[in-house]
Design a protein around this ligand. Structure first.
Ligand code: DC
Length: 224
């Protein structure tokens, strides 16, 4: 296999990017990095410290006190915030409701992108997010841009959270997804856009196996 292959997966919230990324990483023995988890962990830090999210100076100063690390187990991505495993907590609603705001701050993005680029320098990896094919790895060998009907996305997310015992309504989730789509695509810093050379993958009517096959097919030239 050609060395240092990067698969960049971008797309809207809750459209199964991480499901596909994990399955691909497992199949190809690549490492998997969930870049959204980094923005979520930073958001959790600010919520816990009750930082005023309007005060950019405080937020930027706090970056020096935030240490993020990943450890991989069974191709699930576990994230450590200052040494504490927070993978579950970053998926809960308080973080989901505030993360877009944090992810729109230029200095935060610069710090995250730097860390992400470092991780991809010497390894075969699948990374998912919003700006992976456009900003983090513009030279990635394969770029996928994922999308799906917002109603289907909300239903999938609703089932996921309910299964974990969270008290949420479908309407609340739908609104959160719509809000995040709006923020992600209209923000000034690295908005979510499809890289010109990214392949569109609409999985509204695809099974997980079908979308994995689609991705593998597009990766074939790089797997020899
Ligand atoms: O993929 P996710 O829903 O866990 O991402 C959480 C938030 O972080 C989402 O609002 C978009 C933002 N994000 C980003 O701006 N850039 C990335 N590379 C990944 C996520």
């Amino acid at each position: 296999m050609k060395k240092n292959v990067v698969v960049a997966i971008d797309g809207y919230s809750s459209c199964g990017k991480s499901t596909l990324a994990k399955a691909l990483a497992k199949k190809l023995h690549f490492i998997y990095v969930d870049s959204g988890a980094m923005y979520r962990a930073v958001t959790l830090y600010f919520l816990r410290n009750q930082t005023d999210l309007h005060q950019h100076d405080l937020i930027i100063d706090a970056l020096d006190h935030i240490d993020l690390n990943f450890h991989s187990r069974d191709y699930q991505s576990h994230i450590l915030l200052n040494g504490e495993e927070v993978s579950e907590e970053i998926r809960q609603m308080p973080v989901s409701e505030n993360v877009s705001k944090i992810a729109s701050i230029k200095e935060i993005r610069q710090a995250m992108v730097k860390q992400q680029q470092k991780m991809g320098r010497s390894k075969n990896m699948v990374m998912d997010g919003r700006d992976i094919g456009t900003v983090v790895f513009p030279d990635a060998q394969v770029k996928l841009f994922m999308t799906a009907d917002p109603k289907i996305r909300a239903e999938r997310r609703y089932k996921e959270l309910k299964a974990k015992g969270e008290e949420v309504s479908l309407e609340e989730i739908f609104e959160n997804i719509a809000h995040r789509d709006y923020q992600d695509t209209t923000r000034q810093e690295s908005p979510l856009i499809r890289a010109e050379d990214a392949i569109i993958l609409d999985n509204t009517n695809l099974t997980e196996t079908e979308q994995l096959d689609f991705a593998i097919e597009n990766l074939k030239p790089y797997l020899v």
